[in-house]
Design a binder for this molecule. Structure first.
Ligand code: CO
Length: 457
């Protein structure tokens, strides 16, 4: 068997999972060349929440971050995470936005685009797959891992075959909740390897305490690539630790060939970055506590902490266990959606409402209604007539690809911010995150006036 390849996640999922995506580009700069030399398969650096966080909290242009990283990482592949038709946001965007966004991400340096859909509805992935292929980048299709009576191995194998026929260059098992247990991982990878020659990558989170064991069993079953994070940004709600996995495999037939000295230098710098966030309170040590209840309720760690704060705001922390028990029921009512953005938020909020109101579905968020109407895609299992009637009454359910109903958006957006934008990238930022992008662009314009007029300070 060949070497295990490693994808480093600290510059995307690692800090997204531990410090709410607050790491700045200047904090990354000192280690980019080292990461380039360490022997990684790829660096995950963009997508997910990084784009939003750059604009909203860091006053950074996410496109500029990507270009800067590309300038310093000359050899190693750069990877991003894309939510299919949701791009990096929480709704469906029109095809012209998906096309232009994906094309420009690749143009500015992304080599591997990891595409997923929360519902594993392939229709929501088709457009982005088409663009990634057309632009000549590596198209990795991720399957959102969940467990339910419909999420059988056969279901996933069928899904993988379909993704392969659409042009997937590799497959990622995306276990966002950290619920793929070691022996299941072994069986799963073994079965996938029987039906495809595509490289298989495992992405998981340490939330429930099983991640490292699952990584090892997946490696024994022949998984090709593993997602890990450099030690200071690993474990807890993040990925397994890079250096540990590299050491575990050293001297075996699947050793990674990575440079452990360089890895330890990267870790030294990242430790300082992490300790800064620990001191400022952005890093809450609680994220490192193992939560095996994740396995019991199939609820991702991030969702548990969100629920806790939602309930705290409602002065109903004592209802936590009730809400946890309600979540699997809501999930069943809604056709067993995997609990990943944006479905995790919908199911969580509905469960909170059901418990707090003392009556189920007395209050229903509009997103849940739209979901039941089919605007997010097809639920993994059919929703019963009874539940559908309770949630949307006699409203129609659409059966076509949701994005088919959307008008192109880019030209309209250009008109809306004609005073502010300089590039199509600016317009794309605005379409994805209107308010934060507008503020960012206004700031930039104001600062350039100041500089032009010779203001000091
Ligand atoms: Co993740």
């Amino acid at each position: 068997m060949s070497r295990v390849k490693i994808t480093e996640t600290s510059l995307r999922d690692g800090h997204q999972s531990l410090i709410a995506t607050r790491m700045t580009t200047s904090e990354m700069l000192p280690v980019l060349e080292k990461m380039d030399d360490a022997g990684y398969h790829a660096l995950e650096v963009w997508g997910g929440a990084t784009f939003d966080a750059c604009l909203r909290f860091l006053n950074e242009d996410p496109w500029q971050r990507l270009r800067t990283i590309r300038e310093h990482v000359k050899h190693t592949k750069l990877q991003m995470l894309l939510r299919g038709q949701n791009i990096l946001g929480y709704r469906h965007y029109a095809d012209d936005v998906v096309d232009e966004f994906t094309k420009r991400a690749i143009y500015h340096g992304i080599d591997i685009v990891r595409i997923f859909d929360a519902l594993n509805d392939i229709r929501n992935m088709e457009k982005s797959i088409e663009v990634v292929k057309r632009e000549g980048a590596h198209c990795q299709c991720a399957i959102s891992y969940a467990t339910s009576k419909v999420h059988t191995i056969e279901y996933y194998l069928e899904l993988i075959k379909n993704l392969e026929s659409l042009g997937a260059d590799s497959i990622c098992i995306k276990d966002m909740s950290g619920i793929l247990k070691p022996y299941d991982a072994f069986k799963f990878v073994t079965e996938i390897k029987k039906i495809t020659k595509l490289p298989i990558e495992l992405h998981n989170h340490c939330t429930s305490g099983v991640a490292e064991m699952s990584v090892l069993k997946a490696i024994e079953a022949g998984v090709d690539i593993i997602d890990t994070a450099i030690s200071p940004f690993s474990s807890g709600t993040s990925q397994p630790c890079t250096e540990t996995i590299v050491e575990v495999l050293a001297g075996t037939e699947r050793e990674t060939g990575m440079d452990v000295k360089i890895l330890s230098e990267i870790a030294d710098h990242m430790k300082k970055v992490r300790d800064g966030y620990l001191a400022s309170g952005v890093l809450n040590p609680k994220v490192f506590f193992i939560e095996p209840k994740t396995l019991l309720y199939q609820v991702p760690g991030g969702m548990l902490s969100n629920l806790m704060s939602q309930l705290k705001a409602l002065n109903a922390e004592n209802k936590f266990e009730d809400v946890l028990k309600e979540i699997p029921k809501v999930r069943e009512d809604l056709g067993f959606p995997p609990l990943v953005t944006p479905l995790s938020q919908m199911v969580g909020t509905q469960a909170v409402f059901n418990v707090i109101m003392g009556e189920r579905y007395k209050m229903i968020p509009k997103e849940v209604k739209k979901y039941v109407q089919g605007y997010y895609g097809k639920p993994p299992a059919p929703i019963t007539d009874e539940i559908r009637k309770i949630i949307i009454g006699d409203d129609e359910v659409i059966t076509q690809r949701p994005a088919d109903l959307l008008e192109n958006e880019l030209e309209k957006a250009k008109e809306e911010i004609s005073e502010l934008y300089e590039t199509t990238e600016d317009v794309l930022s605005y379409v994805l995150f209107p308010q934060p992008a507008k503020e960012f662009l206004e700031n930039r314009k104001f600062n350039s006036y100041k500089n032009a007029e010779g203001f000091i300070g």
